[in-house]
Write a protein that binds this ligand. Structure first.
Ligand code: GLN
Length: 543
């Protein structure tokens, strides 16, 4: 029987519900259980695809082509379990399903209401597309007390009633603030948050208390008494140096024991914590460091490029080096000599995915610096497209090379598929439905044998995740290659450019996909492993 673990948050937002959900999932999966992690988001957007990443963080893309909440990235990184479209739902999607059914007449004349119609839809989502999982962990977005999350909380309350106590478990994450003036930990916000939940008919089975530092038994006892919980069911989540310490920290406080007790698990499986311990040990023993400069637009919030930060970190650990990531807003330097001055001391330059003309000139200058000064360079998605533009523009007569993303152009080196005309004929490509819409999810690329990228993957065929509207226009392949760029990865039909490299450069790679989405601590991505290795070599040669 599949068991459901629901994780809610209280007191304030940003306590790290995604990380604790991922950590619990990791502990269960390292105990050999079959686990699935899901996120229920209370906002009204159908998915986060249209949201500005500086507001809501990165848009995570799944293999099956869904644009999802960034927490799904944490789930994958902590567990290695590939997330699916059906693992993320928003209020917007729930309502759109309900309204679709209403128009179809599925409700047979009844008045359509939040209870039961919306809550039924939420429950059916929670139970949908499961394949005999032992545990399904459902993180409820938002903070208890928000108007938006009420239908979700009502739905999980109903599920407890329907499936029974032995198949459901409620975890509530709260904050226990420390007041330095009086040298005390305050339990009142937690008490209030639990009271709020109780008012909605949910008694938490376990409390996770975020705290700056460990608090004593007294505070724990107080929380357990006032919140109607066993002492052992009040667990501290102390601040950690890195998020990857959380699984081991949670385990050290007996969280699994509490879970197993509740569910009546008789045969307790062995938990293999070794991979986390090794990883943390490597992190604690890093001695050297390298710098990488990421030139982007949403530089005000590193959450906008969460997976990228993590991927660089994973590969740093793999290479036994601390990677110092410096963020640079490309809008600040739209001039070559200025960018040269800013970037000449870095060990590597990375231009990540992005959208729009704004800031693109600064990114191109950064790429020029990397090309001319032979600084290791990785261009991801938009970064690859700009690296091609930068290169072609340096050829006489091609200074106007552009992307149709920036407006009309006579040299549409980068353009949408339906704009790829040759002698006024639209070039045909296998995937006809791509014109104007995003290429989303995992696609196969074929790699050229004598290439750096082949040395990196050691495979002829790879599958990586995409999220872009524009493509390198196949009609300009000759001129692109003439500018010094070699195309070393293509779509299987040979029409879409997936990977480029510079032949006159020690490490200069551009990829149309997002390798960062597939990097995990236990399985860091080969492109980032090689990039970090190149940064180390570059730094050592310079010194
Ligand atoms: N703006 C570009 C496109 O839509 C690149 C997108 C990205 O970097 N994710 O093709």
């Amino acid at each position: 029987m599949t068991k459901f673990i629901f994780i809610t948050g209280g007191v304030v937002s940003s306590l790290g519900k995604g990380i604790v959900s991922s950590s619990i999932a990791s502990l269960l999966s390292l105990s050999n259980f079959k686990v699935r992690v899901r996120k229920l988001d209370p906002y009204l957007n159908i998915d986060p695809g249209t949201m500005n990443p500086s507001q809501h963080g990165e848009v995570f893309v799944t293999d099956d082509g869904a644009e999802t909440d960034m927490d799904l990235g944490h789930y994958e990184r902590f567990t290695g379990i590939i997330a699916k479209k059906n693992d993320n739902i928003t209020t917007g999607k729930i309502y759109s399903e309900v309204l679709k059914k209403e128009r179809k007449g599925d409700y047979l004349g009844s008045t359509v209401q939040v209870i039961p119609h919306v809550t039924d839809e939420i429950k059916s989502f929670i139970k949908r597309d499961l394949k005999k999982e032992d545990y399904v962990i459902c993180e409820i977005g938002g903070t208890v007390g928000d108007i938006e999350s009420l239908p979700f909380l009502e739905a999980i309350r109903q599920l407890r009633n329907e499936l029974g106590k032995k198949a459901t478990y409620f975890i509530h994450l709260t904050l226990v603030p420390y007041l330095s003036a009086s040298n005390e930990f305050k339990t009142k916000p937690t008490q209030h948050s639990v009271k709020e939940l109780l008012g909605l008919g949910i008694q938490p089975d376990l409390l996770l208390c975020r705290t700056e530092k460990a608090f004593g038994d007294e505070a724990r006892k107080k929380i357990s008494q006032f919140c109607n919980l066993l002492f052992d069911s009040v667990i501290m989540v102390e601040n950690a140096n890195i998020i990857y310490e959380v699984p081991v920290k949670l385990n050290s406080q007996g969280i699994l024991k509490q879970l197993y007790n509740h569910f009546g698990v008789k045969k307790i499986p062995k938990l293999n914590q070794k991979p986390w311990k090794l990883f943390i040990n490597k992190f604690n023993n890093l001695k050297k460091e390298v710098d990488v400069t990421i030139v982007g637009k949403y530089t005000n919030l590193s959450e906008s490029y969460k997976s990228l930060n993590e991927a660089l970190f994973h590969s740093g650990i793999k290479n036994n080096i601390k990677v110092n990531v410096k963020w640079l807003d490309s809008r600040l330097f739209e001039d070559y000599s200025k960018s040269k001055k800013i970037l000449s001391n870095t060990n590597g330059i990375l231009v990540p995915g992005g959208f729009g003309k704004d800031g693109s000139i600064g990114k191109e200058y950064a790429i020029r610096v990397a090309r001319k000064m032979k600084i290791p360079f990785l261009g991801i998605c938009f970064g690859m497209q700009l690296s091609i533009l930068e290169s072609v523009k340096s050829l006489k007569g091609f200074e106007k090379a552009s992307s149709t993303e920036f407006g009309n152009t006579t040299l549409p080196i980068i353009s949408m598929l339906h704009e790829w005309t040759k002698d006024k004929e639209i070039l045909k490509h296998d995937k006809q439905n791509l014109g104007g819409s995003m290429r989303l999810g995992a696609y196969v690329s074929k790699l050229k044998k004598n290439s750096k990228i082949f040395q990196i993957y050691r495979k002829y065929e790879i599958k990586e995740r995409h999220r872009h509207r524009y493509e390198v226009n196949y009609n300009f392949i000759d001129i692109i290659e003439k500018s010094g760029i070699s195309v070393t990865g293509f779509s299987p039909d040979g029409k879409l450019v997936e990977i480029v490299e510079r032949i006159d450069h020690p490490w200069f790679i551009g990829v149309q996909f997002h390798p960062e989405l597939k990097s995990t601590p236990f399985n860091p991505h080969p492109i980032f492993n090689s990039f970090i290795d190149a940064l180390i070599k570059f730094k050592n040669e310079k010194n």
